[in-house]
Design a protein around this ligand. Structure first.
Ligand SMILES: *Cc1c(COP(=O)(O)O)cnc(C)c1O
Length: 418
């Protein structure tokens, strides 16, 4: 790679972005006040209640279920725990194949491995959603009964077609909504198509409690089993967004306690955020549209089309440098980094931070399969976080820098193909 001086002759723009891609918005004052109250009384455990008190975790479950339009909700220690508990509560058995997206985050195949089942990875399509033809083919080939559908980076596949494919193949669908909390498909909230949905409230997701997870479902037996697995001891009657005790009676002695409860401190922090979640999601998407508009028309850069039916939450943006060499992509990443813009590349040989691909998951994904279409997409796939601490002006600045660096690398390389 040539040095910065020859890459950037003095007539090149040198504006630099000063914002931080990892800085969160501060929590709302109401969350701080609610957390302080829990700290003052000291009853952090969800079942340690004063007389007549419902508890923050219980109230959060009730409010999240209502917001999501689901009958039941369980608050958990993490999104990954929500996935593992959803799989187990649904009845996934050890050694069974579970279909899932090849393009997702490591805790998704990790959750399948955690219940002793076998992840079967499905190719990604060019729009970054699950490849529905490959899904149908792998379902037939493996006889799988389950799909853990990950709406990775907030991209929602054609859910009508997905439901048809799943019905035809006899697949039950559990949704990983870590990046689609607040998103909709054709007006229906993401997470309402499958038998259960899992959300994360880890700091980089749409609500922030440091760590945390939420599981929603309309299935009373799945809900009761999930509450018991979360580690409710025999205090499940303190849950409100849960089925009646007669349902628990069917499962209470048959279900292992996997100890993955959310505590009342985290729940207290989340309740005020839930009240502002729809507004935050709208702001994210407005920011996304600013960045997208700034990138549009950049030679060599392919944006991901977002269908009108996809009511996505733009908390990150992806674009493709299709057919570019690793060297040319490296030049873009370096040029952007030097100007304060933090891009992630899914085609890197080594996993970095959160950015890993199925080739890096090792044992969790079983023997590494051959996924040529996924390889081709990931080779040119770039990802950028859009924290809500960015103003729309920040979004425009960031897009201008990326567009400029991509154009420049493209011009330098002449022919960027390998
Ligand atoms: C973050 C994330 C999870 C898991 O959430 P944790 O709370 O970190 O365990 C699952 N799936 C995807 C796509 C994620 O980004």
């Amino acid at each position: 790679m040539t040095g910065r001086s020859s890459d950037h002759p003095s007539d090149r723009p040198s504006d630099r972005f000063r914002g931080s891609f990892t800085r969160q918005s501060p929590l709302p004052e109401a969350a701080i006040a609610a957390a302080t109250e829990v700290l003052r009384h000291g009853r952090l455990h969800r079942y340690t209640l004063a007389p007549g008190e419902a508890g923050e975790a219980t109230l959060l479950e009730e409010e999240f279920a209502a917001w999501q339009g689901a009958r039941y909700c369980v608050a958990l220690a993490s999104g990954g725990q929500a996935l593992a508990i959803a799989l187990r509560a649904a009845g996934v058995r050890p050694d069974e194949p579970v279909l899932t997206n090849a393009f997702t985050l490591a805790p998704v195949p990790g959750a399948i491995a955690a219940v002793g089942a076998r992840p079967v990875l499905v190719e990604v399509a060019e729009d970054l959603t699950i490849d529905l033809d490959d899904l149908a083919a792998r379902a037939t080939e493996t006889g799988a009964r389950w799909l853990l559908l990950s709406h990775m980076r907030g991209h929602i596949c054609d859910m009508d077609r997905l439901c048809r494919v799943a019905d035809a193949a006899g697949l039950r669908v559990i949704e990983d909504c870590a990046h689609t909390m607040g998103a909709r498909w054709d007006g229906v909230r993401s997470g309402r198509h499958g038998i259960a949905a899992c959300f994360s409230t880890q700091t980089y997701k749409h609500m922030n409690s440091g760590e945390g997870g939420l599981l929603t479902t309309d299935d009373p037996d799945l809900a009761a089993r999930a509450v018991l697995m979360s580690g409710s001891y025999m205090l499940y009657d303190r849950h409100r967004a849960a089925p009646g005790t007669e349902v628990f009676d069917r499962h209470r002695t048959a279900v292992p306690n996997m100890s993955a409860r959310m505590d009342d401190l985290r729940a207290a922090i989340l309740r005020p955020q839930l009240a502002g979640l729809d507004a935050a999601c709208a702001e994210w998407t407005a920011l996304y549209r600013v960045v997208e508009a700034g990138l549009r028309g950049t030679p060599g850069l392919t944006l991901i089309d977002r269908p009108a039916r996809e009511g996505f939450v733009g908390s990150s943006i992806q674009f493709r440098l299709q057919g570019w060499s690793a060297r040319a992509i490296g030049a873009v990443l370096e040029g952007c980094a030097a100007r304060g813009v933090d891009l992630r590349w899914f085609g890197a040989a080594r996993a970095q931070g959160y950015t890993s691909t199925y080739r890096h998951w090792g044992g969790a994904a079983g023997a590494t399969p051959d996924l040529p279409r996924t390889d081709a997409v990931l080779a040119g796939l770039i990802d950028m976080r859009l924290p809500l601490s960015f103003s729309r002006e920040d979004g425009a600045t960031v897009a201008r820098i990326v567009s400029d660096e991509v154009s420049h690398a493209q011009a330098l390389a002449g022919d960027v193909a390998e």
